[in-house]
Design a protein around this ligand. Sequence first.
Ligand code: NAD
Ligand code: GLY
Length: 371
Amino acid sequence: MHKSLSSSESKCCRVCVSLGIRSYSIIIGPNAMEEAVIADHIFGHRLMVVTNEIVERLYFETVVQNFKDFQVDKIVLPDGENIKTLEGLNVILSALLKGRHDRTTTLVALGGGVIGDVAGFAAAVYQRGINFLQVPTTLLAQVDSAVGGKTGVNHALGKNMIGASHQPSIVISDTMTLKTLPKREFAAGLSEVIKYGLIADKCFFDWIEDNLDGLLSHDSNLLTYAIRVSCQIKASIVSQDETEQGHRAILNFGHTFGHAIETFLQYRDWVHGEAISVGMLMAMRLSVLLGGISETDFERLKVMLKRCGLPTSPPRLMTVQDFNLNMMRDKKVMGGQLRLVILETFGLATVTAEYGASNLQKVLTINCVAQ
Ligand code: NAD
Ligand code: GLY
């Protein structure tokens, strides 16, 4: 049950991602950086902080205070999804080489999911892998992208198509950083929080519904709690299926539709969580057609997403054909067959190829205004 909160939520809490000798902690809460014993997670004496121009201005000086005993270099990338490319990766690798960094350097990914993904990928491939820390500063990164070790970049022909699995040695999620997050980015992060309720914990969904106003006004206790539960759900799934041989794919609920939107828009105009908002509604509609979800629950989700200020229908110019084309480039396509994540029931997701092609086309037709 998710009930009212005690004042202890205003302090930091810890969630463990259990992966044998590669297990690590996620520290969550206000001033989490001070709680984390960072030195325990750095093996050499050199650090490379990878961040972007916005986050650098806001948080670099504060973060560096915690690295006083180390030699710190930094790479400041431009803002935006468009640096999550092989070119962006090359900028990081070149800076590491020019600075003569060796395998004992620890890389620190300071920023949202874009920085976390591209910097994590650089850590995975630089000299066949170096240590890295995730210091996520968006809600989306704190509840999702910084946890679980998926790193990578986009290709013009598909989202997240090039990457590696590389776990951080710690994730430090300072909830105070969310205070400066633009409203739109905060809402985008909430879409992933809502996802956890849908795929794994109906009571958590009920709790979000009851506490949404508080979450939207950045209540610190509620936020820490929502991030903690989200991370617990993700950590549990990742611990069972780190390399996504099966079950982990449920974390991609709505993402096949969402990634198709992002690819169609060439990673411009919409942010990731907005595309996922629409994608989840489309996956929910498919689940209604398959009989696992009621019309009432579909409407509950729609109302919740609207309350967050998230979009509930695809870009106006996107056609059924655009979806079909871009969805077939999803990583869940196997042997030419697209698999999708659906809800068997509220709070229980599964990945399946047995959704019926006509049901999928019905979902696309209902949702696309353009033909
Ligand atoms: P983002 O990294 O682009 O950050 C969003 C915006 O907020 C940016 O403009 C950024 O500069 C700014 N920002 C970051 N922190 C801030 C702060 N504290 N205050 C003010 N502004 C701040 O976007 P995102 O939503 O964090 O991440 C999206 C990316 O994450 C996508 O590329 C997506 O594919 C990826 N992702 C990866 C995984 C994974 O498992 N690896 C999971 C989900 C999403
Ligand atoms: N965001 C999906 C995953 O980590 O598997």
